[in-house]
Design a protein around this ligand. Sequence first.
Ligand code: SAM
Ligand code: SF4
Ligand code: SF4
Length: 378
Amino acid sequence: MDADAPDAAPTKADKTTSSAALRVTNEPYNGTRELRRDDRRYSGFVTVADVFGRPMRDLRISVTDRCNFRCVYCMPKEVFGRDYRFLERRELLTFEEIERLAHAFVAHGVEKIRITGGEPLVRRDLERLIERLASIDGLDLTLTTNGSLLPQKAQALRDAGLARVTVSLDSLDDETFRAMNDVDFPVERVLAGIDAAAAAGLPVKVNMVVKRGVNDDAILPMAREFRKRGHILRFIEYMDVGHSNGWRMDDVVPAAEIVATIDAELPVEPVEPNYRGEVARRWRYKDGAGEIGVIASVTQPFCGDCTRARLSAEGRLYTCLFAVRGHDLRALVRGGASDEALQEEIGRLWTRRGDRYSELRSAKTIGLPRVEMSYIGG
Ligand code: SAM
Ligand code: SF4
Ligand code: SF4
């Protein structure tokens, strides 16, 4: 498929995409943040909308395709073994290049940047990148990690300006967790990472991918534990990302079932989203002991509100988690493009975006090629 072509060929009038009523023109930025930040690099802040009228609000930046875990649903050992060709250092965007691109995205209305990977904390001196990005005025800067290196890194990340952190943990049962990360990593050390982040002053959320028959018995123990610890726990439906995890619909535990399981012991009620396009549906404990989130990407797709762009570690822009190919921004950066030219190209690519894979998911889409989660960053 042509890298510039939308994954599907929807029309602007398509009624299944709920945000079709939004403006489709480039207009002065009019979002939730202050109109003009103290950033003079770009003359005009414009918000771009794609073919469904969805603006660009979030950017996920992958800083490496490498990881010290081999989670069975993400980087199965049989595929990501000794012979796997990871990106070479020279292929990765440098921190300067990432910063430059981040400015160009922010100029189009991006309000939130999430650093991810692979495992972002295996990238050396990551706090230096955080420092650079934290200096972009008004940006919500966060990071997703498996938590293994947080004991060493949390304070430096906080000092560099990171606002919050999301830690992935799939079970409190050591045997189950070790089987899922497949590198024999103990639960206790992830919990130590969570504690280190909290002690450094970083608000923590916890992500749990639920796979039927593997860790669905961990739903309640995880809910009890993180309610007690005061961190928001978010349950993620197992997705058909990449093509190496052998995904089957039968492996998915639907969000509704997850909520019902919790509700039976710890009654919950729905909460309004914090903002339009929030991916996790929020539920709060009726006894006031905090809240949980569920990310129902498979059973309740949210493409209509999807405002996410993704930048791979080698500088390719993906306009959907399930896109086949990305657009090479590194070539522009290394080819001497001006800031304005970079900004223009990003805007051009976004206005042509017509992705809505999850809404179209069917038996036919399962076999289609797509990038790996560890490459694009989730
Ligand atoms: N290594 C970091 C981590 O695990 O948090 C960041 C990258 S990881 C690809 C980002 C998130 O994607 C994690 O929360 C992970 O659990 C989730 N993830 C990976 N594969 C998934 C899949 N097949 N379905 C749903 N979530 C998945
Ligand atoms: Fe690594 Fe995160 Fe993928 Fe697990 S989910 S293999 S920790 S990138
Ligand atoms: Fe966004 Fe996911 Fe839908 Fe792609 S499939 S448009 S990433 S919500």
